[in-house]
Ligand binder design. Sequence first.
Ligand code: ZN
Length: 119
Amino acid sequence: MAGTAPTLDSLERRLRKIMCADTTFVRRYQHPNHCGEAAWEEGSKSLWISLDPFWHGELATLLHELTHFALRMDRTWGELEEPMILGLEDALGHRIRASKSRAAWWRRALQAKLTKEGR
Ligand SMILES: [Zn+2]
């Protein structure tokens, strides 16, 4: 058997690790017609995420962008990537909303990143 199948739990742990890294930067930005962006350089650990809460909830967008980064660490997914991530964003969002402690963790982590960026 080739490894253990990923779970929502293992995915959330991975996203938390990325979120806590000093090389991850999150800021608010007014995008013209979309809710967020993630940018990173190939071969670099740095990840820049920008969120526009005008268009969509910040947590959902944050999870979405972090998941793009996490999945691409393993391989490229082509046309499967976006629909997979939309589904995962939803599932992760439900999981976090259902738990006060998870919700508090993400709220704190997001606030810490935004504060670090001076916003
Ligand atoms: Zn996307």
